[in-house]
Design a protein around this ligand. Sequence first.
Ligand code: NDP
Length: 288
Amino acid sequence: MADARILDGKALAASLRATLAAQVADLKAKHGITPGIAVLLVGEDPASQVYVRSKGKAAAEVGFYPREVKLPASASQAEVLAAVDEFNNESAIHGFLVQLPLPTQVDPQRVIDAVDPAKDADGFHVVNTGLVAMGRGGVVPATPLGCMALIKHARADIAGLEAVVIGRSNTVGKPTAQLLLRENCTVTVAHSRSKDLAAIVRRADIVVAAVGKAEMVRGSWIKPGAIVIDVGINRVADGKLVGDVAFDEAVKVAGAITPVPGGVGPMTIACLLQNTFVLCCKAHGVSL
Ligand code: NDP
């Protein structure tokens, strides 16, 4: 059997950004509006610093006004909430996010609750979570949005397929399962208490792995021809980044598979920008 088709998230994200850049130029020319995106980074977490830099760079490339605010790792809950409030009230900012994880003295839920849902680029606020769950609009979190774009890139019509999402976080697993359900897949959500995960994954036409455990999903678990989306980002002993799927094994069985890096990661950033563009248009009453 031939190796799986590699779902190139870098290339797909680049084409999404190109479309977005044209839309931003149009918005500027016709309405004089520049979408503004802000990121709040608290502390010095090296992975977070890399993500924030990538987001800022991508935002500037598509013509956004990018803003970054850094607070020290010692910042108090009140200081973080004050920074969120500043973004909520800044008219040049149309969408923003608080980079997670936050230092232990700051309660992430209180911070997410403080974000104006109309500026919630990440789609983590409970209002947006509820709207998305109900299929009533709302901001879809960027990573699930990116996963769906990659899946649809592999196969346009996925109605009726068996989909297994491994992981049930509020930010990745649960919203991805809801989006797959909306596409009329038959969806199973697996987690740390699931029994015989290998057997569950074996029946899947679509596997989304969002666990955070290096190469946990083995090639022998994959149904031949399945679409495999690997959300995991794990740094292993030699400093290399690997996903939650044993890529070298799975690529021999799957029909299509995302690499790590270069799969879901770049799509997350592109979808974050797309979310902010939509929020900007809504804020200014510009129809898309
Ligand atoms: P969380 O830690 O919030 O959730 C992990 C999920 O995996 C939980 O639901 C947990 O189950 C489940 N899990 C843990 N161990 C097992 C196991 N042995 N078998 C089955 N399920 C298990 O992680 P996130 O959802 O935030 O992120 C998941 C991964 O994706 C991480 O590697 C993260 O770095 C990466 N990520 C990548 C992004 C990208 O842009 N590429 C964006 C966001 C995240 P339970 O609920 O029972 O504890």
